[in-house]
Design a protein around this ligand. Structure first.
Ligand code: DQA
Length: 166
């Protein structure tokens, strides 16, 4: 079964209490439950990480290559600042989709630039909890049409072994 890594960035553990006028009353637990339900429908398995630490996020994405078929990420404030997370996404070779609860292009100037989106295949912004669900759906569809770098290497290796046997 395909596995998807879901990453929630800093302060998202406070959803439901934090800036309710911007992010609504939905909690991270409710988002994760909705994601698990959607994953069941799509036939994929999720590993979910929330971290307030840039290095922890970089470490997990860096190790994701062999285990996962894609990354669904809300980098939160790191969206606007983190070259390290952008580079980790680019380096892992997995398709990634960036999601945001709020419409970042309608907010303060500093939020209107995403450092991380260019390392992703798509971005979904402004639909609240549904940004995650739409992002997951899009990512799974995309990942099923493309082969991650490690699996295409495996295919080449298998083909070489088969050729040697002949
Ligand atoms: C956010 C938008 C970011 O600008 C902000 O720093 C967040 C949440 C969103 O989901 O709308 O923490 O990523």
């Amino acid at each position: 079964m395909k596995k998807i890594l879901v990453v929630h960035g800093p302060n998202l553990q406070l959803l439901g209490e934090r800036e309710v006028s911007v992010y609504g009353k939905v909690t991270l637990k409710q988002i994760n439950e909705a994601l698990e339900k959607e994953a069941g429908v799509l036939g994929v398995e999720l590993e979910i990480l929330q971290s307030n630490h840039e290095g922890a996020i970089v470490d997990r994405i860096g190790n994701a290559r062999r285990e996962f078929s894609g990354v669904l990420i809300n980098p939160a404030a790191y969206t606007h600042t983190s070259v390290a997370i952008r580079d980790a996404l680019a380096a892992c070779g997995l398709p990634a989709v960036e999601v945001h609860l709020s419409h970042i292009y309608k907010r303060e100037d500093f939020r209107q630039h995403s450092m991380t989106a260019p390392a992703c295949v798509a971005q979904v912004t402004g639909f609240g909890k549904n940004s995650y669900l739409l992002g997951l759906r899009g990512l799974v569809g995309y990942a099923s049409k493309t082969k991650p770098i490690h699996s295409s290497k495996k295919i080449v290796k298998k083909a070489l072994i088969a050729r040697k046997r002949k």
